[in-house]
Design a binder for this molecule. Structure first.
Ligand SMILES: [Zn+2]
Length: 93
């Protein structure tokens, strides 16, 4: 069983809390420890802006700043996984 089995990643990505621009990233809030899908631009994670997102590994990415609603402010998020499946389904539309 994967840790994401009980989560709807597509719904999380579609929610306003995920943001509007960038690559779908599963990430952990450094403030409250909550996991949520966020969008982050490659350059926010110390990657080249034109990088092919499908080539990225979560371990290569740096933490990025994103708003966390339970924390009530922008916090640092640690990337857990690049959600390549969601990225590819978006591109297919
Ligand atoms: Zn938080």
């Amino acid at each position: 069983m994967s840790a994401t089995a009980d989560r709807d990643l597509e719904a999380e990505l579609a929610s306003a809390a995920a943001g509007h621009a960038g690559i779908p990233i599963d990430a952990i809030c450094s403030g409250c420890g909550r996991t949520h899908v966020k969008r982050a631009r490659p350059e926010e994670m110390d990657q080249h802006p034109q990088v092919d997102p499908t080539s990225l590994e979560a371990t290569d990415l740096t933490s990025f700043k994103h708003v966390c609603h339970p924390c009530g402010s922008a916090t640092w998020w640690n990337p857990v996984a690049v959600l390549t499946d969601l990225l590819e389904s978006e591109r297919g539309e």
